[in-house]
Design a binder for this molecule. Structure first.
Ligand code: ZN
Length: 233
């Protein structure tokens, strides 16, 4: 009985100190951090994509205006001074378009870097989530092992006094605690197997007369006496 109790204590201790429990907590904290990283990276990509759209629109405005001016110039409408003004405008628009295209290119390069960052963050998050799943499965398996073993020990513990009727079990437990471990003893050659006291004739007569299922106890030590073929009755 005591051995089984010790085993139960060991199981509880193992359950409380499973290293994999702490590993699951750490991996979960890492997932939370990486989720924040992904949100930030996604926001940065969204922002830069709006910048690209804006830069593209800027370039397109200048390009459209240059196209219209070129058409008017090709049509040859207006005075020589007008035509000269249009040529000047086309040069200005071309320079402006170059500047804007450079800006757009710079934004697109930045976007590429940010998309790559987002991809890396998403990968890291996916791996961290897999790790949490693995560790959680390991933890659950370990806890299941402990629970199953606890069930076995409980079963063995329950089986010990199960063959005895209930009041006898209580008596056995009480005497066992009083006597520090042995609650019952065989009656051997008229002696109590617990305290070794030899029973007197009166006790022996009483025991002989007792019904088979009567609970007998040693007068000296109080242990439950178990009759055997060697009791000497
Ligand atoms: Zn005794």
């Amino acid at each position: 009985m005591q051995k089984l109790d010790t085993r139960l204590d060991q199981l509880s201790h193992r359950e409380r100190t499973l290293p994999v429990v702490e590993q699951v907590n750490e991996a979960t904290t890492r997932v939370n951090t990486l989720e924040e990283d992904v949100v930030l990276a996604r926001t940065a990509v969204g922002d830069v994509e709006r910048e690209i759209t804006k830069a593209d629109q800027d370039v397109q405005l200048v390009r459209d205006r240059a196209t219209r001016t070129q058409q008017r110039l090709d049509a040859g409408q207006g005075s020589p001074k007008d035509l000269q003004g249009m040529e000047h405008e086309l040069q200005t628009l071309a320079r402006r378009q170059n500047e804007l295209e450079e800006i757009e290119l710079e934004v697109m390069e930045r976007a590429e870097g940010l998309r790559s960052d987002l991809g890396a963050a998403e990968n890291a998050l996916a791996k961290a989530r897999e790790r949490v799943d693995e560790l959680t499965a390991q933890r659950d398996a370990a806890l299941e092992d402990i629970e199953r073993e606890r069930g076995e020990v409980d079963g063995q513990r329950a089986a010990l006094p199960a063959s005895l009727p209930e009041p006898l079990v209580a008596l056995y437990e009480r005497v066992r605690q009083q006597r520090g471990g042995q609650g019952a003893a065989p009656l051997m050659q008229r002696r109590c197997g617990g305290c070794q006291l030899e029973l007197n004739q009166a006790d022996l007569s009483r025991i002989r007369a007792a019904a088979e299922d009567e609970v007998l106890r040693c007068e000296e030590c109080g242990r439950i006496l178990v009759r055997t073929s060697e009791s000497g009755l």
